[in-house]
Design a protein around this ligand. Structure first.
Ligand code: NAD
Length: 448
């Protein structure tokens, strides 16, 4: 099929490359000219496994093209995927300007041919209907709007696109649903040739529903995942007060299949480009609908509080005196496996420590370049080339992202580099018995 992907970011590029690798013709349109020029040269704007390889492969096979002109591709497309950003406004509402601009541009170029417009961006409930009205008002008739929320995770975007847990298709137009099922058939049936992921020995479940339900499914999924994290963090805070160990508690909880062992890691809380904005948006959507979501409000509050509790821990470990001290921060990405620092708890903690007069030596395996952009022009922060470089001469070392390689650092060497052997683990990553035996003063979340 011939597809236009509007917005070549994490979601658009990953989705489009996967669809191109399945034999479709994919045209990417983005308003950022530099991004388009870079992609034409084979340069990927973010760090994500397999994306560069797929970009090279699909460029070689002639299945993809990049442009900033809608007019060259929309009139001949069977499907148009909207994958533009839906960032938050300061009041928590969703900023829909990119989506509205995209639909306007699409509307200006639609031809008489039947076109399925697929909304992959995470949008408030009712948005599909609004987009439909916009196009209908502009005189278009031969189109359908399908809500097809995206669940890929940064760090495993290609794998998640090829082997998703489910595919949700929301529409009231069966003709459009048929087109989408045909497009996704190789994924649903797990029939594709690749060396990237192991195909699953089963079909991918398909959920056919209305636009509104599909839109809500995306928000509800993220809200549930953040609820799980805020829940375990709340239990961790109780564990700290009563002398229990949250890692043992979480392990036992997770063995109950009704609960499951995922997203039960206590720490400094959730962040990233999706969770915070989506939970705040759902809170707003609920409020606008006339329902006060008490649980969601607490999920957000527990998460905000968790960072401040961690700062208090750092302050206590340093004798209530942060000013003038240098602290090594391991991890700036919002989670391991990505270079994304959007709404990263680590960045918030660094900013707070700087405000309190600390100097920072930061290290991250992937995300330092992005961190430099958001922590710009601050002479009190040094970006380091290794964890050992960061540890040299500092008063404490803190762990803020759960990069697996931090587990296996040479802590004997780290200790010899530190000014004082203080280790504050915001992700409960380190073997506490091992570091305590080495003579570290060790703090974690929900365990002694
Ligand atoms: P992104 O910011 O990485 O990419 C968005 C792209 O859209 C940018 O390249 C931007 O230049 C382009 N763009 C903006 N306005 C445009 C327009 N009018 N025409 C053409 N291009 C335009 O965003 P993302 O992380 O890929 O997220 C996209 C959507 O998917 C969001 O709604 C997000 O909530 C959702 N989502 C993201 C993830 C994730 O892990 N990043 C996962 C699931 C869902």
């Amino acid at each position: 099929m011939r597809i236009t992907v509007v917005g070549a970011g994490y979601v658009g590029l990953s989705t489009g490359l996967v669809l191109a690798s399945l034999g479709n013709e994919v045209y990417f349109v983005d308003v950022e000219e530099k991004k388009i020029e870079d992609l034409k040269k084979g340069l990927v704007p973010f760090k994500e496994p397999y994306v560069k390889g797929l970009l090279e492969k699909t460029t070689r096979s002639g299945n993809i093209e990049f442009s900033n002109l809608y007019s060259t591709t929309i009139p001949n497309s069977d499907l148009v995927f909207i994958c533009v950003g839906t960032p938050p406004k300061v009041n928590g509402e969703v900023d829909l300007r990119q989506v509205k601009k995209a639909i306007k541009s699409i509307g200006e170029c639609l031809s008489r041919r039947f076109t399925v417009i697929v909304v992959k961006s995470t949008v408030p409930v009712g948005m599909a209907k609004q987009l439909k009205n916009t196009l209908a008002k502009a005189g278009h008739k031969n189109f359908a709007i399908v809500s097809n929320p995206e669940f890929l995770r940064e760090g495993s975007a290609i794998k998640d696109s090829l082997t998703p847990d489910r595919i949700v298709i929301g529409s009231d137009q069966s003709k459009a649903v048929k087109v989408l099922i045909k497009l996704y058939r190789p994924i649903i049936k797990q029939k594709f040739e690749n060396i990237i992921v192991e195909r699953l020995p089963r079909e991918i479940p398909l959920v056919l529903t209305s636009n509104e339900s599909a839109e809500l499914i995306k928000y509800a999924s993220n809200a549930f995942l953040t609820t799980k994290i805020s829940f375990i963090n709340e239990i961790a805070n109780i564990a700290e007060n009563v002398g229990a160990d949250i890692t043992d508690v979480a392990k036992a909880l997770g063995l109950d299949p009704r609960i499951g062992d995922k997203f039960l890691d206590a720490g400094i809380g959730w962040g990233g480009s999706c969770f915070p904005k989506d939970v705040r948006a759902l809170h707003q959507i609920a409020g606008n609908s006339g329902y006060m979501p008490v649980l969601l409000k607490s999920v957000i509050e527990v998460n905000n509080e968790q960072r401040y509790r961690f700062l208090q821990k750092i302050s206590k470990a340093l004798g209530e005196n942060i000013e003038g001290k240098t602290i090594a921060v391991l991890g700036v990405a919002f989670k391991s496996g990505t270079d994304d620092v959007r709404e990263s708890p680590a960045i918030e903690i660094i900013n707070k420590l700087l405000e309190l007069g600390a100097k920072i030596k930061a290290y991250d395996p992937l995300a330092l370049e992005n961190a430099k952009k958001v922590l710009k022009n601050n002479s009190d922060i040094t970006f380091c080339t290794s964890p050992y470089d960061a540890a040299k001469g500092v008063s404490a070392l803190i762990i803020t992202t759960e990069w697996p390689e931090f587990k296996n650092l040479n802590f004997r060497r780290i200790k010899s580099l530190l000014k004082s052997p203080i280790l504050i683990d915001g992700r409960n990553l380190i073997d506490k018995d091992m570091v305590k035996k080495l003579g570290f003063k060790y703090w974690a979340v929900g365990r002694k």
